[in-house]
Structure formats: C-alpha cells, structure tokens
Design a protein around this ligand. Structure first.
Ligand SMILES: Nc1ncnc2c1ncn2[C@@H]1O[C@H](COP(=O)(O)OP(=O)(O)OP(=O)(O)O)[C@@H](O)[C@H]1O
Length: 242
C-alpha cells in the first residue's frame, strides 16, 4: 500500500461550476480513503471515473495519455482541472507505476514501437514483440504480465475493454499475484462484474453524490448480471414486447 487517501481541497468552490466541479460524485467529498491494495471505481457512464483517475495520474507524474513517468507521446489532452484541487496522501511515496487507458492504447503502442527502433530490448516489457502485432487483449495482457512487476501504483481505466471473460478471470489471478508481492497497488475504473468480484477490494460507487463505498453484492453490476443470466427470457419479454 502506498496511496492512502485522495483529499479534495477546500478551494474547489472558487474554481467555478463547470466541468469537473459539476460532477455529482465529487460534491462535498473531503477524502477518499484508500485502505486496500485494490480499489475499484464504478458508476454509470459519465459519472467521473476517468476524470478522477486522470487527475490522480497527473499527480503521480504519469503521462496523461497513459504510460508511466518516462513516457511522453503526442496525444490530444483532455485533462481536467481536478488535479489542482486534490492532494494525494502517500505512505510511503512511490513514483513508479503505470496509467492504462483503453482509449489511448493504440497511440501508446505506436509510441513503444518508435522507442523500440532505437532500443529493441524495450519490447521485453511488452511480451517481446510490438504491441501492434498482438491482438488488443493479448497486448493488454502482455503489458500486465511483463510491465506491472515493478514496485508502484497502477491506475487502470476499464482494463476489461480488451479482455475476454476468460482473460478477465486470468487477470484476477495476476492481480492476486501482484498483490502478494506487496509491491503493487491498484486503482481501477471498471464496468466488469467479473473484475469487481476480486476479494477484499474496496468499491467506490460514483452513482452516489458524494461517492460511497459499497459491497460487491449490492452493486448493479452484480445484481443486473445475476438477474439477467438467471432469467434472460423475462428481460427479453420486457425489452422486446413491452
Ligand atoms: N473535457 C471535458 N470537458 C467537459 N466535460 C467533460 C470532459 N470530459 C468529460 N466530461 C464530462 O464529465 C463527466 C464525467 O466524464 P468521465 O469521462 O470522467 O466519466 P466516466 O465515469 O469515466 O464514464 P465512462 O464510464 O463512460 O467511461 C461526463 O458527463 C462527461 O461528459
């Protein structure tokens, strides 16, 4: 455990009412406590998960388009001002880690290819070959397996985006292995009921204003998936015949 809390500073009111200060989940939040090695952020589309992870990544010194401190590639920045209104509380501080953004992964892969032209050995951190020569899911998994072995903080924005259900379950094992080393901490924004099932994680739900921690079995992800799988016919009756 490295990051212990995300603290919202009191100056936000002065910053105006537009994005990102109009996001309901952040209203009246003082501190998001981080007490477990794996913390999930969930919520409907547009509730602020990426905005929060981006701000944390910026304060960690990670490139806004994804990557670590040493990565810098051209990317149309969409960073919000939130980073100027939060503080990270560390014990101990780490500077290494990675910010995975599914949406900019293509640009990241191209950037690594460029670096590999000068320094081919760099590809060992990405499964031994260009990320572009691997499928989207293979490339994600190669990154998890070969690059996430360093002591650090890992910020993952929808890592399930490229992963099959079987790979998501394999990812749970990787998470567990990395947690056992005591060297890795994860903040993960996700919509996946499989990833969210990871035992012992904290889940913050940004559907609430202010955001709240919830139990896995109380999440819509768990309940809706369970009900859908248990009774598809009933869902389809309502969807198609109503
Ligand atoms: N650069 C921006 N300028 C203005 N509004 C923005 C900007 N980026 C995001 N928003 C708005 O802020 C809100 C939160 O967006 P964000 O991308 O953080 O949501 P999210 O929870 O990650 O969503 P999703 O699950 O769809 O990825 C949304 O209403 C979005 O429209």
């Amino acid at each position: 455990m490295f990051l212990r809390a995300i603290q919202f500073t009191g100056k936000r009111g002065a910053a105006g009412k537009g994005y990102p200060f109009n996001i309901p989940a952040f209203r009246n939040v003082e501190t998001i406590s981080i007490t477990r090695p794996v913390t999930f952020f969930i919520g409907e589309n547009g509730t602020g998960k990426s905005t929060l992870l981006e701000a944390v990544a910026a304060l960690c010194g990670f490139h806004a388009g994804g990557g670590s401190r040493s990565h810098s590639f051209s990317y149309q920045a969409t960073e919000s001002e939130l980073k100027e209104h939060i503080r990270l509380s560390w014990r101990p501080k780490v500077t290494d880690g990675f910010f995975l953004r599914a949406e900019t992964f293509y640009h990241f892969a191209s950037y690594i290819d460029e670096l590999a032209k000068e320094e081919p050995l760099i590809l060992k951190y990405y499964g031994g070959r260009s990320l572009h020569e691997q499928s989207h899911g293979e490339a994600f998994f190669a990154l998890f397996q070969h690059r996430f072995d360093r002591r650090g903080i890992y910020l993952l924005d929808e890592p399930e985006a490229a992963l099959s259900p079987a790979r998501q379950i394999a990812f749970l094992r990787l998470l567990w292995q990395m947690e056992q080393t005591g060297n890795a901490q994860f903040l993960i924004a996700t919509h996946s009921p499989i990833l969210l099932a990871y035992p012992g994680a904290t889940i913050y739900n940004l559907d609430y204003s202010p955001l709240q921690s919830v139990e896995y079995e109380d999440t819509e992800h768990y309940r809706l998936t369970r009900d859908f799988l248990n009774n598809r016919a009933s869902f389809f009756r309502h969807l198609f015949e109503g």
